[in-house]
Design a protein around this ligand. Structure first.
Ligand code: C2E
Ligand code: MG
Ligand code: MG
Ligand code: MG
Length: 289
């Protein structure tokens, strides 16, 4: 009896494993077909200069509107794209899309920059022609696009990756270290790579106003980053008290639902074009009590 039950459970288990694998496979195929079409769109989330309240930058975030399943999170489909290699084609498209868009927005703000996420997988797959193309497009002046990389890439970096990162920096492409504090944080690479921005991961900002330990960590990260010559962007700011605490700690930029989510091009542009009032995103908020 118990043997039967065991077998049933086992077969149920394998069937559901197959279903998960099948669903992943379907999604992978759907993603392949979605490339180049309207299902994939780049959204832009404002990054606000905490000293002035102005939008100084944006982060390009990919959105996939699946015809049957609706909006699918990049948390779900980026790993699939990394696994099947599509991330190279998709990442190349996001880069050029963001570069073109940021170029338009430079007419409104001369040093406006859009940062684009780059997966470690993009560095490990043969992506060299794409990268030389990126560098060609960024020649002359300060590029309107920067790159967001993660701690894992720096930690695992081999000679080829280091050379590629240095080539980006030589071309004036600004590098941000994304999700800081969540990886295997080894601080030595902050010395080794001359990065421009450090992005404090949203897990440190979450609940900040009720978490003295996180306040201490944010303050320490900001002091350390500044001493090493990096500017700091705090991710995931959702409340004014969080914004106020980070601002007081000397944080340079903020990003989060408090200022706005990632928006489609037209909506983001409306925000950027809004007269001073709109652009300052409600900066008259009451200070911390
Ligand atoms: P990320 O680069 O750390 O991007 C920030 C994520 O935090 C975004 O999630 C954004 O929507 C979300 N976020 C922003 N403000 C808040 C807030 O106040 N509260 C909360 N709870 N979340 C906030 P999203 O767009 O779902 O993207 C998730 C991740 O997917 C990104 O994390 C990035 O690692 C990856 N990703 C997105 N687009 C691309 C892309 O074009 N290429 C690559 N390689 N990865 C991408
Ligand atoms: Mg990012
Ligand atoms: Mg992040
Ligand atoms: Mg991330």
């Amino acid at each position: 009896q118990s043997k039967d039950a065991g077998r049933n459970r086992f077969s149920y288990f394998t069937r559901s494993m197959q279903e998960v694998a099948q669903a992943r496979m379907n999604l992978s195929n759907d993603l392949r077909r979605a490339i180049g079409g309207p299902q994939l769109q780049v959204y832009y989330q404002p990054i606000v200069d905490l000293a002035t309240g102005r939008i100084g930058k944006a982060e390009a975030l990919l959105r996939w509107r699946h015809p049957a399943q609706g909006l699918i999170s990049p948390v779900e489909f980026i790993p699939i794209a990394e696994h099947n290699g599509l991330i190279v084609t998709i990442g190349d498209w996001v880069f050029h899309e963001a570069l073109r868009q940021a170029g338009h927005w430079r007419a409104l703000d001369a040093d406006f920059t859009v940062s684009v996420n780059v997966s470690p997988a993009q560095f490990y797959r043969n992506n060299d022609e794409h990268y030389s193309e990126w560098l060609r497009h960024c020649k002359g002046g300060s590029p309107a696009v920067g790159l967001e990389i993660t701690e894992g890439l720096l930690l695992a970096s081999n000679a080829a990756v280091i050379q590629q990162l240095l080539a980006f920096q030589d071309a004036g492409i600004q590098l941000s270290l994304d999700d800081f504090g969540t990886g295997y944080s080894s601080l030595s690479y902050l010395r080794k790579f001359n990065l421009d921005f450090l992005k404090i991961d949203q897990s440190f900002v979450y609940n900040l106003e009720h978490d003295a330990a996180n306040v201490a960590l944010c303050e320490a990260i900001i002091v350390m980053a500044h001493k090493l010559g990096l500017k700091v962007i705090a991710e995931g700011i959702e409340t004014w008290p969080q914004c106020e605490l980070l601002s007081r700690a000397g944080c340079d930029y903020g990003q989060g639902f408090l200022f706005g989510p990632a928006l489609p091009v037209e909506e983001f542009e409306a925000l950027l074009k809004a007269p001073a009032g709109g652009k300052r995103l409600g900066w008259d908020a009451p200070p911390l009590a």
